[in-house]
Design a protein around this ligand. Structure first.
Ligand code: NAI
Ligand code: MG
Length: 788
């Protein structure tokens, strides 16, 4: 070996430390003890806890543990500031956001160093990724503020937003929460994570410097119970949370029935798929980004490597070789790849999970070499020899631990990738564009990266499917999540529904009716599992018919049929439109018969309701091929295709009034967007929809796409809410039952819409557009390499 080659072989990195002096000077200027930032001023410190540097265990500052009285004070300040802030023009608000972005750029190194000291992430990341993305987020939303009125007509801000963020990207998560909230005209109370409050407190100072009106941004520090106090505060209008799925579920249950807006960005176990035709060296580099970026403490970390069997050995060898070159150490050293984990408790948690995984058969590879003994350091780890049931495959580890499995065919890759309760992100590598673009739509995740990974931009929505939560941050979707329709505040309580007659009747009295309307499941008429029927009464309590009394089993059958019909979602939009037009046509053809049936049940002339139902089907047929996505141009060598996808199976419990339109107005948008539906029609007047099966059968609607189960609404709604095969649930009914539905939907975090006892006039044209279309869909952002 010649001399130069030798030097290259042995070349060691010299230390390249970033100085902590300015960050320390800032902390000293605060005497290293902090109160909250409320109403534009600092409160006196209360009971405090330490914030430490996980790389060396040194205490950085004392942070106040917020009480519910502190939270209350902050919410009051935000409430008081709301009229002024929301009353400013978008342009005025935009200028504040712009100033914040400028100030963050101006002080970017201070923010980066402080972030690294408090969190343990390598300075290279806080400097080159976190802080630039923070500035970008404020710039982007300065623009949204300016254009809000035109882009979101008839929308208003929620009011006071409670925002709770995790410790893995402390300032970036703050930016993702605060920038859109302020752009929309909301005021906020934000609680940083207990391990990492410092950059949020520095940010509060930026708010002071730019002259943000007092009370618009309030920062209350503290632990989980401080967060819970914010969630449960009755004067908070919306909660936005990022963190563990476990706490996300607690928050979903706690806000059920409150009418608070809610967005949840939760955990993940994202697949990283490498096909045999991938550029393997690039895929290895991507993998380093996917799982060792931020020590693997990333909600969208590519923590499950799925590699095609034919290249498995070669690829794993390359990965191991690369792992040996990763430098673990002082996060303030500019040439360190892997810094410290956030806190000792996380290190323990990861070690415990690994022990468990190993006991279940996993084999762990870690490169040679030592890591600093003092501080929260872990080596990068590669786990093999695991089955899908292994703890390390199923659980979010949130550490530098990669789990590898192999697959033979693309179909198997998709099945393995989707075999998780999460659905945040997925990465795939292939040089074959056909394969890549065939697989991307099949992955059940909110973000897909093709031949790249961990790309983020303010213009591109980010958020998950399934138990990874709901709502998006960034992009138009993220902006919309901080706005609500103007008319919502004018909704009046729904008139008390006339209850289904409780009159004790001899069930045999109904025997003279020669026909009981059947349920409709999987394209077939079905008798109720219970073997019981329910009477249907007219306006004068006269018996006008009978329907099956559906139960749990009928719902299960219907959900199974709906799941088998999910192919509807990939049917061409044009074809779905044709079926909806056909439904409209066939309903119109039988309008007299349907009008008479409405009259028999309600006493009202039904012809107008039938006409409105036909029109609504027509309207959504028109939407089927128009409510679609966008292509974003983030500032990197890629485009992000924002694809609008159906939720899957939507349970729809129709309101008691308007036996036909009440159901049609809800199923039409769901069907137009490609969902399969389990419908519980009006429990008082179900006959219009049991008649409707004949229209379905003559309109080329594939079996199983629409299933109709008659019976008592609230009981059936509960069963739907608890069923993990249901992806979304819309419930029109009383307030208490709406709360029950929201609470019971916690299991698989299904997306719910409930009427909360309010009267939604479904005949109103405002329901013929994106109101329900947006609830019937979720956006998947597919990042595709593009341009130079
Ligand atoms: P966590 O979900 O408990 O903490 C996130 C935030 O929620 C913090 O600000 C915390 O104070 C707050 N919080 C906790 N309990 C609350 C409650 N009942 N009501 C309102 N707010 C509450 O996460 P933690 O315990 O810090 O980390 C545990 C695990 O969670 C991690 O190992 C990781 O697996 C996962 N995690 C996932 C994140 C993600 O972005 N997907 C972020 C943080 C944690
Ligand atoms: Mg800390």
């Amino acid at each position: 070996m010649n001399k130069i080659a030798q030097i290259f072989e042995t070349l060691e990195y010299g230390p390249a430390p970033e100085t902590p002096d300015q960050a320390n000077a800032w902390l000293d200027s605060k005497n290293r003890v902090f109160g909250h930032f409320i109403n534009g001023a600092w409160t006196a410190p209360g009971k405090t806890f330490p914030s430490t540097n996980p790389a060396n265990g040194e205490k950085l500052a004392e942070i106040t543990d917020g009480t519910s009285a502190d939270v209350d004070l902050a919410v009051k300040a935000a409430r008081t500031a709301f009229p002024l802030w929301s009353g400013l023009s978008g342009y005025e608000r935009g200028k504040f956001l712009y100033s914040i972005a400028r100030m963050i750029q101006k002080h970017s190194r201070l923010f980066a160093v402080l972030e690294t000291m408090d969190n343990g992430k390598p300075i290279r990341e806080s400097r080159d990724v976190d802080i630039p993305l923070v500035a970008r987020h404020f710039y982007h939303h300065a623009g949204w503020a300016t254009h809000l009125e035109r882009e979101f007509p008839d929308h208003v801000p929620y009011g006071v937003c409670g925002q709770i963020i995790p410790w893995n990207f402390p300032l970036l998560m703050l930016a993702w929460k605060i920038a859109p909230a302020l752009a929309a005209g909301n005021t906020v109370v934000l609680k940083p994570a207990e391990f990492t409050s410092l950059t949020a407190l520095l940010f509060a100072e930026i708010c002071e410097r730019v002259g943000l009106p007092k009370g618009v941004v309030n920062i209350v520090t503290g632990e989980g119970d401080t967060g819970a106090a914010l969630v449960n505060h009755s004067d908070v209008d919306k909660i936005a949370f990022t963190g563990s799925t476990e706490v996300g579920k607690i928050i979903r249950a706690a806000t059920a029935g409150s009418g608070k807006g809610l967005s949840l960005e939760l955990g993940g176990k994202s697949p990283y798929i490498v096909f045999e035709d991938a550029d393997l060296d690039s895929a290895v580099e991507g993998l380093v980004e996917a799982i060792w970026f931020n020590q693997g403490q990333v909600c969208c970390a590519g923590s499950r490597l799925l590699v095609q069997e034919s290249i498995e050995e070669r690829f794993i060898a390359k990965v191991k070789k690369r792992m040996a070159n990763l430098r673990v150490g002082d996060p303030l050293d500019k040439s360190v790849d892997i810094g410290a984990l956030v806190a000792p408790v996380q290190v323990e948690r990861i070690r415990d999970l690994m022990k468990k995984g190993v006991a279940e058969g996993a084999v762990v590879y870690e490169p040679d070499g030592a890591v600093p003994s003092n501080g929260c350091f872990l080596k990068p780890a590669l786990v093999t020899n695991v089955s899908p049931a292994n703890t390390l495959v199923a659980e979010e580890i949130f550490g530098p631990v990669l789990v590898a499995m192999s697959f033979r065919t693309p179909e198997e890759a998709v099945a393995l990738a989707n075999n998780t309760r999460y659905g945040l992100a997925a990465t795939l590598w292939s040089e074959n564009i056909n394969l890549a673009l065939d697989i991307a739509p099949k992955l059940k995740a909110g973000v897909i990266w093709i031949n790249g990974t961990n790309q983020f931009d303010a213009a591109v929505g980010f958020g998950g499917y399934k138990e990874s939560g709901y709502g998006r941050e960034g992009g138009r979707e993220g902006m919309g999540a901080y706005l609500k329709p103007k008319w919502e505040k004018d909704l009046k309580p729904a008139p008390a529904a006339k209850s289904v007659s409780a009159k004790a009747t001899n069930p045999l009295d109904a025997g003279h009716l020669d026909q009981t309307a059947k349920m409709y499941i999987g394209g077939k008429q079905a008798r109720p599992d219970s073997g019981y029927n329910r009477p249907v009464h007219g306006p004068k309590d006269d018996l006008v018919g009978e329907v099956g009394d559906g139960n749990r089993k009928d719902i299960r059958n219907a959900v199974e049929a709906a799941r088998a019909a999910l192919g509807w979602g990939t049917t061409a939009a044009h074809s779905r439109a044709q079926v909806l037009y056909f439904l409209a046509e066939n309903l119109d053809y039988r309008r007299d018969e349907f009008a008479a049936r409405i009259k028999a049940q309600t006493g009202e002339d039904g012809s107008r309701e039938v006409a409105q139902s036909v029109e609504r089907l027509f309207a959504f047929a028109g939407w089927a091929d128009k409510y679609d996505g966008a292509v974003h141009n983030p500032p990197m060598r890629a485009v992000a295709a924002a694809m609008v996808e159906p939720l899957g199976v939507i349970g729809i419990v129709a309101p008691p009034s308007r036996p036909l339109l009440g159901s049609i107005a809800l199923i039409a948008p769901a069907l137009a967007m490609g969902n399969a539906v389990v419908l519980v029609p009006s429990d008082r007047s179900p006959l219009s929809m049991t008649d409707f099966y004949q229209v379905l059968e003559t309109s080329d609607m594939p079996s199983g796409v629409v299933n109709i189960v008659t019976g008592e609404s609230v009981g059936l709604a509960k069963t739907l809410a608890e069923h993990d095969g249901v992806d979304g649930l819309w419930f029109a009914g009383p307030a208490e039952a709406s709360a029950m539905v929201e609470k019971a939907s916690v299991g698989n975090l299904k997306q719910t819409w409930t009427s909360r006892g309010l009267y939604y006039d479904l005949a109103d044209p405002r329901f013929a557009g994106d109101y329900f279309l947006s609830k019937a869909t979720q956006v998947k952002n597919v990042w595709i390499p593009y341009g130079a």
